[in-house]
Ligand binder design. Structure first.
Ligand code: GLP
Length: 260
């Protein structure tokens, strides 16, 4: 696990660099797309590189991490609509290139199984963008999630609904109770995981993720078992790390050839 501590705009550029390097190497790459505020700077940077630098997503595909259950098709906070607005519509991804779990499916287990198959059929995710919840969730894998879980329905914790109420005019009751999310096992199958976190509110979750014992109580800790994880955090999110100075030094003296 590599930990990079830098100001937020620099973190967004580094994540965009990783996506760009992947697309230049493999134009038909499979991207794992996250919602929430953490990746927004990355999407802005990628949209800018598309507009200014000709970075093309025309052959790429995307798979979303998660989706609310039951939000109407046109609801602006339906993650499918969020990803279109924040990213897909701003680059040259093909209209059907992005898929997400179907939060309106009549047969939820069948829809989740189909989603798992679609990811495998696409060859798996090359680079997965991730945020982290204040309770250590990734995707919507709340505390207690099986570390081997696959795409399935989950119940959101009260804390997550409070955290996400800001997207629903501050009204917690309007945040759905259920979601579909890639499981921790699904996320772990991606080849490169790039997690972004900023702000003091994420400091404890980041400390657990990087330095805590692997535990379903802090679901993101499962990433310690992944061979290629990049954790991009600002000073505030790094404020509880015991080995922060070591991570800073290691990044500063990293061989130039190594990349993320
Ligand atoms: C949300 C999303 C996650 C996201 C996390 C953090 O509930 N389901 O994918 O990573 O919570 O969100 P934010 O980046 O807005 O802090």
């Amino acid at each position: 696990m590599e930990v990079v501590i830098a100001p937020a705009p620099e973190l967004a550029r580094l994540a965009a660099d990783a996506v760009e390097a992947l697309l230049r190497r493999r134009p038909d790459a499979v991207l794992g797309l996250a919602t929430g505020s953490s990746p927004l700077g990355v999407y802005d940077e990628l949209a800018r590189r598309h507009a200014d630098g000709g970075l093309s997503f025309a052959r790429a595909r995307g798979f979303m991490l998660d989706e609310y259950v039951g939000l109407p098709r046109e609801h602006p906070q339906r993650y499918r609509n969020v990803i279109d607005a924040e990213f897909a519509s701003r680059v040259d991804l093909m209209p059907d290139a992005v898929q997400g779990p179907d939060g309106l499916a009549a047969d939820v287990p069948a829809a989740c199984a189909a989603y798992e198959r679609a990811i495998v059929d696409a060859g798996g995710v090359d680079l997965q963008l991730l945020g982290i919840g204040t309770d250590g969730h990734i995707g919507f894998n709340e505390p207690g999630s099986s570390l081997a879980s696959r795409t399935r329905i989950k119940t959101l914790t009260e804390q997550t609904r409070i955290d996400n109420a800001r997207f629903f005019d501050g009204e917690v009751e309007r945040v759905p109770q259920h979601c579909l999310t890639q499981g921790l096992g699904t996320i772990m199958a991606a080849r490169h995981l790039v997690l972004l976190a900023t702000g003091r509110g994420k400091a404890e979750a980041v400390h657990q993720l990087v330095e805590g014992p692997v535990s379903a109580m802090w679901p993101a800790t499962v990433l310690q078992h992944h061979p290629h994880v990049t954790v991009l955090i600002d000073n505030a999110a790094a404020s509880r790390l015991q080995l922060a100075d070591y991570y800073r030094g290691a990044y500063a003296s990293k061989p130039a050839w190594q990349g993320l």
